[in-house]
Design a protein around this ligand. Sequence first.
Ligand code: AMP
Ligand code: FE
Ligand code: FE
Ligand code: ZN
Length: 288
Amino acid sequence: MPQVCPISECIDLHIHSTASDGSFSVSQIIEAAKNLGLRAISITDHDTLEGSLEALSHPQSPSLEILSGIELSADFPSGTMHILGYMLRVDDSAFLKMLERIQLARSERNLRIVKKLQALGIDVEYDEVIEASGGGQVGRPHFAQVLISRGVVQSAEEAFSKYLRKGRPGYANRYRLKPAEAIEAISQAGGVPVLAHPFTLEPASEGALEEIVVELKANGLKGIEVYCPDPNLERRARYEKLVRRYGLLMTGGTDFHGAAKPDVHLGVGKGDLRIPYSLVENLKACRS
Ligand code: AMP
Ligand code: FE
Ligand code: FE
Ligand code: ZN
């Protein structure tokens, strides 16, 4: 693993803005990244390119490189599978059309969540949730915000564990791309597909994760997010081993969401994360 780098040589390739469920606007993220002295960032909002589009149209700074990015949710039986896409064309019409389909499915799912919460006797209207989203895409963290402001729960964690996560009474499923479809869509749009935070797949064993990686690679996966704000360094070393064994790329990012995940900070995660710029060079080499 590369040595600890000075922050001016560091990057953060996993950031959420108000275009999805982050609490920082794109301008605030760019300002914060500049103040911190990061060398490269990517805004990887869930199922939307709006954040990336805005970041790329922002006046560019010579000291801060911005890569286009997105995080797609994929349909997987265990845990949560997210596929990141980097350096894709933000104006690719087939990709944008696919995102529209996903966003429609999201809106329809959100209405079902409202109904479920109402059926539980919780006084919540969809308009309030839309307001909580600040005009971006509506996601479950915005439902959590409303549940907190209504005094139903004390924290987002409690909102998810009591109501919003899979298996809880306010959960509603939604259409998701198959993993191979997410990878294919990103590749077709000229991007590099990467498996995000592998631990959220909740693999039963090291071998189970390896099997998943082998299958994803056969479908065109190019990398694994090895660096994330996970204190379990042993796990990180295992991801690194998989990357080496299967000739994949390493990427890294904090999954910064601002207020929604207050213990995770831009660029540095829980404080000690340092992700070297060399990973961006590898990404670029992979695409060219
Ligand atoms: P959605 O894409 O609308 O289904 O919402 C999923 C998002 O909810 C994830 O990307 C996280 O940002 C957030 N989330 C998921 N589980 C939790 C949790 N246990 N506590 C807080 N936020 C969560
Ligand atoms: Fe999120
Ligand atoms: Fe994710
Ligand atoms: Zn994320």
